[in-house]
Design a protein around this ligand. Structure first.
Ligand SMILES: [Zn+2]
Ligand SMILES: [Zn+2]
Length: 244
């Protein structure tokens, strides 16, 4: 199947789901996933509380800077396989609560609402990107949850930006423990060797990895390492939220 037909078939599924969402919204008006006010999945009051990531940023990892140097201290000290990383908003409420709901409430519409924030802050460097890959879950976790929240975000971005989404070439072949309580070094060893590339579709592609939360960059780096080794031209990353 060509890139073009994959985008088209994805588009039909997307439209069918949008129609279903519209009908459901009519029958059951949405309530704000954060404050329960009736009217929208993320109400205007909650949206106004979102803390956006704004420049100046480290050109490489996207960390907010208080000075005008091109890179943050960490990026001058470490190898970082990603060309660039950007994040749309900070991981604090209401986004923190909304991401928790996205992970555990199985709501397609909430993924679209959150991905719309990513689209609003879409970085202009992303134009040469020709392949979007959501960070995969391990099969075990995918079966527990029933879906991959990063894939839901990526699906929306792929559709809106007309960029092919690849969900098969990058696989999470090792189950890793949750990273919430791990420090930067522990996170790095936790995800080392967690990913593998199982298809040549990514060869010479300019890839944009999509994930929900960016903390130390360990997960994106581990995925980028295997993609570059397998022949990807460049790998960048775009995450919904950045931990402070
Ligand atoms: Zn609200
Ligand atoms: Zn940096």
């Amino acid at each position: 199947m060509t890139d073009h037909t994959q985008v088209l078939s994805g588009s039909w599924r997307f439209r069918a789901r949008s129609l279903t969402d519209t009908l459901l919204n009519f029958l059951f008006p949405p309530v704000c996933a954060n404050c329960k006010k009736v009217g929208a999945l993320v109400c205007a009051d909650c949206a106004a509380q979102i803390s956006w990531v704004v420049e100046p940023l480290c050109e490489r990892c996207g960390r907010p800077l208080s000075h005008s140097a091109p890179h943050c201290y960490a990026c001058t000290q470490r190898p970082f396989p990603l060309q660039q990383v950007r994040t749309a908003v900070f991981f604090e409420d209401p986004i923190q609560t909304l991401i928790h709901k996205l992970k555990y409430s199985n709501t397609f519409a909430l993924a679209s609402a959150l991905a719309a924030f990513m689209l609003q802050a879409w970085p202009d460097w992303a134009s040469p990107i020709n392949c979007i890959i959501p960070i995969p879950l391990h099969e075990k976790r995918y079966k527990e949850r029933g879906y991959n929240q990063s894939e839901r975000l990526a699906h929306y971005l792929s559709h809106e930006r007309h960029i092919w989404m690849d969900t098969h070439s990058l696989q999470r072949t090792r189950h890793t423990q949750p990273q919430v309580h791990l420090n930067a070094v522990e996170r790095q060893s936790n995800v080392a060797g967690a990913f593998s590339v199982t298809d040549t579709d990514i060869v010479n592609k300019h890839i944009l990895l999509i994930d929900d939360v960016f903390t130390t960059g360990a997960t994106l780096s581990a995925a980028a390492d295997v993609l570059l080794t397998a022949g990807a031209a460049t790998v960048s990353g775009y995450c919904l939220a950045r931990a402070k």
